[in-house]
Each structure stands twice: as structure tokens, then as C-alpha cells.
Design a protein around this ligand. Structure first.
Ligand code: 5AD
Ligand code: SF4
Length: 481
């Protein structure tokens, strides 16, 4: 874990410092004191459980939550029957919210058995006032609620919650602050996400993200590069640069730079063998970026480029600011520059006003673009977004029927494309022991395809040349040559 500050040297009887991140280290030290007291009384350390819903950005945030809990002295647990449980929530679609409410019921049961248990909720869902209202009214057993803008204050909020007997709620509407350099407990020793920007300014008409994650803020290039150098020194070989719209990185910095320039500099850091990034917006994908990807051995041969719809009319209503032709032209350029590129996408079915003709346009792009895989979503109405107020909401059965047709098409194309590399010998990053067969390792190619090959735990975290012997559906079986 990356945490160079000795908490035991912090004077916790003094007033907390005002500046960050020193203030948070002070509260971590306070929490640690509380944990020691718990240990004295109970003869064991308190346990904690972190559950992530949603995207890669939330996964990275949860690594930070876990880092703080571990610094405070908590024993991380795989069980939700822990002394401290935190859900890092997502609200991009309604069903994400419903899952949280469902699981809170179970947590309430655990808390009845262990009344000292503390339950915390954070993340995107908490930025919705209606959600907080509902929790305050009907879920009084929740101890702590905070949002996306003040997640860096987790240590301070935890310290408060540990000694409070009523619900602590701290939600900010926005922030221009970025506080980093807090402890992080990475899920993997050899790969890591790196936030390069927060928030989103695009306001796609269906999307709640700009409302819950706030305006776009890029981190300073030098801070990002310093973090990557530190990760490399810790043994990380693969990084994933994270942002809602990485292609607009750096535009609002005092010394503006492009995402492509950032990638070039990151690729020069010794020890970093692979660089991925997520997510790209078609309207901002530059020729410069395509050229940088093409010319770099370290930038992975995978691009996630959300299409959302193939109909120019719907794209306009979605406020995506590109049309079908522009998207297809991008695909052509990308394939011409990198014949081995895996292209993946997101597609929404049933956006308000979508007709059968519009849907056929989406199917047409899917057939032309030949995506290696696609995440397909039924449109979900998010209160407060422009699309929620649009007329002609598509009936559920119509949307579902289109969704099934799309999924079938997407899967057929993906199945046809999988296996194209059979017979080649390619570098694979060994990530874990295969869950079914402990004689095998599971790893990934540069294009993100999964490969299972013989090996042992010592090989994890390194890149191996593997001969792709056969393709079984969506993964390869390989052999070390
Ligand atoms: N309904 C359905 N899917 C959505 N997405 C974002 N908002 C919605 C919504 N309201 C999808 C988009 C985005 C992905 C992360 O989630 O496809 O790219
Ligand atoms: Fe949502 Fe559009 Fe921003 Fe992506 S780019 S987070 S879909 S508003």
C-alpha cells in the first residue's frame, strides 16, 4: 500500500490541520486510535467490507476507501457481516439504484445482530437529492452518507461516524478541488487505474453523470506522471488512464495539453509496459491520438468508443455532437491505422422517439463497424436529465424486443471475430490463477482478449509470450512456446 506517512507520529490531541491531505492523515490517526480501543475491548480487530457498483472510476475510488480503512487498522473482509460496510454506488441506470436498496435490507438484518455495525453509502447515487431524502426517511439505520465531491474526506467522516449515534450526511453540490496522495490499496499489485480527470461537461441528454460527478477537471500532467512513476516503482506494469471523456483531457489546464501528448509522456516511463485508457468520446477522438496509438508499442490495441446510437437523428437528440457518418469514418481511420485494434462500444436501445428505422441504423453501424464486443443497455429514464422529459418514451416491450435483436447481432459478430489471432504467438500479461483449473493462468492480450495458459503463481504480474493454440468462444487457450 502506498502510504508514506507514519500515523503514529501525528499528534491527535492537537487541533486538526486545515490543509489537505494532512487533515485526512490526522483523522486516519484518530480512527486508528479508535480501532486500538476496539481491539483492547473485543480481543480482535474490527472488520470492514467495501462493495463497488458501476464503472472503473468507482473501482479506483474504492481502492482509496479501502486504503484509508486499512491505514486506520481495519481488517478487510470478504463478508458483508463486517463491523464497517461501505457501498460505493452507481446511478447511471435505475437498476443500479434498485440493487443498492435491495442489499440494504440484508445489511439491516446483519446490523440487528451486531448493533455496533456501521453502514456507509457513498458515490454517484448519493448526489441525487431524492435518494438522500428516501434514505433519511426509510433507511435510518444507515450511519454515513457522502457523495462524489468529498470522497477524499472519508477519513474525517469515518472518525465522526465512529463516535456518533445518528446518521452523518455530508453531500457537496460541486467542488473545484482535487485532493490526491491519500493511501490506496490496489486490487492488483501489477496493474492500476490512474485518474487523469474528474467529471464531465458533455451533458448527453440521457446521462446523469454530469449532474452527479460535476464539471470536468483535469489533473496536472506532472502530478499524473509522478503517480505513474511511483506505481512503476511499486511494480505496476499496466496502467489504465481513467476519465469520463479522456479525449478532452488537458483543455482547461493553465498550460493546455492534449490527451495524445499525455499518452506519449506516460509511455516513456520505464517499467510501464502497457497503457490502456477509458472512455473516449467520438466527437473528440483526434488524428493525433490515432497516430500516437499506432506508433506506440505500449499503448494497447483496444479502444472503447461508445456509439450509443447509429441513427443521426437520435444522436442529435442525445446531444452526442457526431453523426452516423462521422462515427463510421472514425472506425475506418482506426482500422486503417491499426489492423489489429479491438474496438468495443456502448449502445443504448429505446431512447425516447427511437423508431424502427432509427434502430435499423444502429444495426447497420453494428454490422459495418464489426465491434469486437459491445455493451448494450436498455434506455433508463434518469430524473433531471433532458431525455426524461421527452415525449414518445418507447414502450418497454418494443425496446426489449429491439434489445434482444441487437444483442444477437452483437454476439454473432463478436463470436466471428474472436479467434482471429489463433496460431499467433503474442505477449500476455498473466493476471491470476485460473478459477476452474489451478494449473492454468488467466491473462490478457494487448487487445484485451482473455487467454488461459499453463503456469504458476510466480508468473503473475509479468508478460509472457504465449502461442494461441485455439479459441473457445470468447477466450483463447495458449501454450508457452
Ligand atoms: N440509460 C441507459 N444507458 C445509459 N448509459 C448512460 N446513461 C444511460 C441511461 N440513462 C450508458 C451509456 C454509457 C454507459 C456507461 O452507460 O451507454 O456509455
Ligand atoms: Fe454521460 Fe455523455 Fe459524459 Fe459519458 S460523455 S459521462 S455518456 S454525459
Amino acid at each position: 500500500m502506498h502510504n508514506e506517512i507514519d500515523l503514529d507520529k501525528i499528534e491527535i490531541s492537537a487541533e486538526p490541520p486545515a490543509e489537505e491531505p494532512a487533515r485526512q492523515y490526522y483523522f486516519m490517526a484518530k480512527c486508528r486510535e479508535w480501532v486500538r480501543e476496539f481491539e483492547r475491548k473485543n480481543g480482535r480487530r474490527p472488520t470492514a467490507f467495501t462493495q463497488t457498483f458501476g464503472c472503473q472510476m468507482n473501482a479506483r475510488d474504492s481502492e482509496k476507501l479501502t486504503g484509508i480503512l486499512m491505514s486506520a487498522g481495519y481488517q478487510m473482509s470478504d463478508s458483508e457481516e463486517a463491523d464497517f460496510v461501505i457501498y460505493n454506488t452507481c446511478t447511471v441506470r435505475e437498476n443500479a439504484n434498485n440493487r443498492v436498496y435491495g442489499r440494504l435490507g440484508t445489511l439491516h438484518g446483519y446490523k440487528k445482530k451486531n448493533p455496533a455495525m456501521k453502514i456507509a453509502l457513498c458515490g454517484c447515487m448519493m448526489q441525487e437529492p431524492s435518494v438522500v431524502q428516501k434514505l433519511k426517511e426509510s433507511y435510518r439505520f444507515v450511519d454515513l452518507i457522502f457523495g462524489t465531491h468529498n470522497i477524499y474526506k472519508f477519513a474525517e467522516l469515518l472518525a465522526k461516524t465512529l463516535t456518533a449515534d445518528s446518521m452523518t450526511v455530508d453531500i457537496w453540490e460541486e467542488t473545484d478541488q482535487i485532493v490526491e496522495e491519500l493511501p490506496v490499496e490496489r486490487n492488483y499489485t501489477f496493474k492500476s487505474g490512474v485518474n487523469i480527470m474528474y467529471g464531465c461537461n458533455n451533458f448527453c441528454s440521457y446521462c446523469i453523470v454530469p449532474y452527479v460527478r460535476g464539471r470536468e477537471r483535469s489533473r496536472e500532467k506532472d502530478e499524473i506522471l509522478a503517480e505513474i512513476r511511483q506505481l512503476a516503482a511499486d511494480g505496476v506494469v499496466e496502467i489504465m488512464l481513467l476519465g469520463q471523456n479522456v479525449n478532452s483531457y488537458g483543455k482547461n489546464l493553465d498550460h493546455p495539453i492534449t490527451f495524445a501528448q499525455l499518452l506519449c509522456e506516460a509511455a516513456q516511463i520505464p517499467g510501464i509496459e502497457r497503457i490502456r485508457f477509458m472512455t473516449s468520446h467520438p466527437k473528440d477522438l483526434s488524428d493525433e491520438l490515432i497516430a500516437v496509438m499506432r506508433d506506440s508499442k505500449k499503448i494497447c490495441r483496444h479502444l472503447h468508443l461508445p456509439l450509443q446510437s447509429g441513427s443521426s437523428r437520435i444522436l442529435k437528440m442525445m446531444n452526442r455532437r457526431y453523426d452516423k457518418e462521422h462515427y463510421l469514418a472514425l472506425v475506418e481511420k482506426l482500422r486503417a491505422a491499426m489492423s489489429d485494434l479491438a474496438l468495443t462500444t456502448d449502445i443504448i436501445v429505446g431512447f425516447p422517439g427511437e423508431t424502427e428505422e432509427d434502430f435499423e441504423e444502429t444495426m447497420d453501424v453494428v454490422r459495418q463497424a464489426q465491434f469486437d464486443s459491445a455493451f448494450t443497455f436498455l434506455y433508463s429514464k434518469r430524473t433531471g436529465t433532458p431525455a426524461a422529459a421527452m415525449e414518445n418514451q418507447v414502450p418497454e416491450d418494443v425496446a426489449k424486443e429491439r434489445f434482444d435483436r441487437l444483442l444477437k447481432e452483437v454476439q454473432q459478430i463478436a463470436a466471428k471475430k474472436a479467434g482471429a489471432l489463433t496460431g499467433q504467438t503474442l505477449p500476455v500479461l498473466a493476471e491470476e490463477i485460473n478459477r476452474q483449473d489451478p494449473q492454468l493462468l488467466t491473462g490478457r492480450l494487448s487487445n484485451n482478449s482473455v487467454v488461459h495458459f499453463p503456469g504458476n503463481a510466480e508468473m503473475i504480474g509479468k508478460i509472457w509470450n504465449v502461442k494461441l493454440v485455439s479459441c473457445k468462444g470468447f477466450y483463447y487457450l495458449g501454450d508457452l512456446p
